[in-house]
Design a protein around this ligand. Structure first.
Ligand SMILES: [Zn+2]
Ligand SMILES: [Zn+2]
Ligand SMILES: [Zn+2]
Ligand SMILES: [Zn+2]
Length: 419
């Protein structure tokens, strides 16, 4: 196997970003009262409008391109800033060191500020359940510790006027184009920047040695020679151009999660419950089964806190059982916890690494997504009760590229007695 060589950082530093200004910051001034464990206070239902996300197969292969600002799950990310991608250090699982896999991205611009005209949050995780179990312990470590995590979130935001996209909104007629070509991506995962190149063909690019090795074993060993021969004969010395112009047309790795578009709908629109008819025929959990479980749990007052919490969680989810995402950026919004145990207190949510301001709940991912990803129900398979994303309340200025936000993972607790 040939070596891989480091390439020099490409792309000019985008000076345009240094002139960003935050407007209306006052709105986000926080009445940070206390840092104590006060998450017990309001368990009674608060009714902020929650936006639910559902998966849908993409209409066509162009509908999820970055110039259309999609929310999507699985496949590869549609990077908002296509140049300043997360660094080598931040794109790996800090527990096993493997590159992280793309889970979901949510396009969530904030209209009040110019600097958040475009804004997307990206969630990645290590597909290893062993790493996630380790991550469970690490997430409790408070500052100044910087615990190694296997789940990572990145926030990217852009001005209306930016070097990557035209200012007009996309037309969605197949003619939308980005203004710039993105950085060349890894030939194996199509996810991370391919800042290393195969020393033999000088064409295949990689984010890591691991991905070079996997690609080599699964086909590049043969292709590499052919590429070398054909590029010698055509005397094309600009090895980077071929990959960059195609962007991510071909991703060799077949074990990425299947790709979906995320469709939004307000939770309120599901309140008008139709009488009896089974409109949940496609649902992951059968409605009848759910009702029965819930009834027995609610009837049983000896049930522990986790069981009660689980029952009310299920009741709320049952309005739209196929939801994979719950989004609410309201200041008072709280995640819908499947269980009481394993919830963070306010002090467990670290302050923004960049502005030191508070972080707020922004959205949560539900385990239904694993079903759509085709993750098996084995003991070693990836599983979670919910993943909650906290982001900088001020959505502070991002000079360029991607800023790390915070994810809290709640796993099923044995005491909840959930199958
Ligand atoms: Zn890992
Ligand atoms: Zn890779
Ligand atoms: Zn090669
Ligand atoms: Zn911040």
């Amino acid at each position: 196997m040939p070596e891989i060589m480091e390439l020099e950082a490409e792309g000019d530093s985008l000076d345009n970003f240094s002139s960003l200004q935050i407007k209306g910051e006052e709105e986000y001034q926080e009445q940070e009262s206390d840092d104590d464990d006060d998450d017990e206070d309001e368990d009674e239902e608060e009714q902020e409008t929650v936006t639910l996300g559902f998966v849908e197969k993409p209409k066509d292969r162009h509908s999820l391109l970055r110039q259309l600002f999609p929310s999507k799950a699985g496949g590869v990310p549609a990077w908002l800033d296509p140049i300043d991608l997360p660094s080598e250090k931040s794109r790996v699982c800090s527990i096993c060191g493997d590159p992280l896999q793309f889970v979901i991205q949510v396009y969530a611009p904030i209209a009040e500020k110019e600097s958040t005209f475009h804004r997307t949050l990206f969630v990645f995780m290590c597909p290893s359940m062993a790493c996630l179990l380790q991550d469970q312990h690490e997430q409790w470590k408070r500052a100044p510790n910087k615990p190694p995590r296997s789940v990572k979130v990145f926030r990217c935001q852009l001005n209306h006027s930016n070097p990557f996209y035209p200012s007009e909104p996309p037309r969605h007629d197949g003619t939308d184009k980005p203004s710039t070509v993105g950085a060349a991506l890894c030939s194996w995962c199509g996810t991370w920047k391919g800042d290393k190149v195969c020393s033999s063909c000088k064409s295949a690019r990689y984010c890591s040695e691991k991905h070079q090795m996997l690609h080599w074993r699964l086909g590049h060993k043969v292709d590499c020679q052919q590429i070398s021969i054909s590029s010698q004969s055509s005397n094309s010395s600009t090895y980077g151009s071929r990959t960059t112009s195609k962007e991510i047309d071909k991703v060799a790795n077949k074990s990425l999660w299947p790709e979906y578009e995320i469709i939004n709908e307000d939770e309120d629109s599901f309140n008008t419950e139709t009488s009896e008819g089974n409109n949940y025929s496609n649902s992951v959990v059968s409605k009848g089964q759910l009702d029965e479980t819930m009834k027995s749990l609610l009837d049983n007052f000896e049930g522990n806190d986790d069981q009660k919490c689980w029952a009310s969680f299920q009741e709320r989810i049952a309005k739209a059982p196929e939801q994979v995402l719950r989004y609410c950026r309201d200041t008072n919004a709280k995640p819908l916890w499947p269980m009481t145990s394993g919830r963070p207190s306010k002090a467990d949510i670290p302050k923004c690494n960049y502005c030191n301001g508070p972080r707020h709940f922004e959205f949560q991912i539900l385990p239904q997504l694993l079903y759509y990803f085709g993750v098996k129900n084995d003991p070693d398979s990836l599983d979670w009760a919910t993943i909650v994303i906290y982001s900088c309340a001020a959505s502070c200025e991002v000079k360029m590229g991607y800023k790390e936000e915070f994810a809290w993972v709640q796993l099923y607790s044995p005491s909840a007695g959930i199958p």
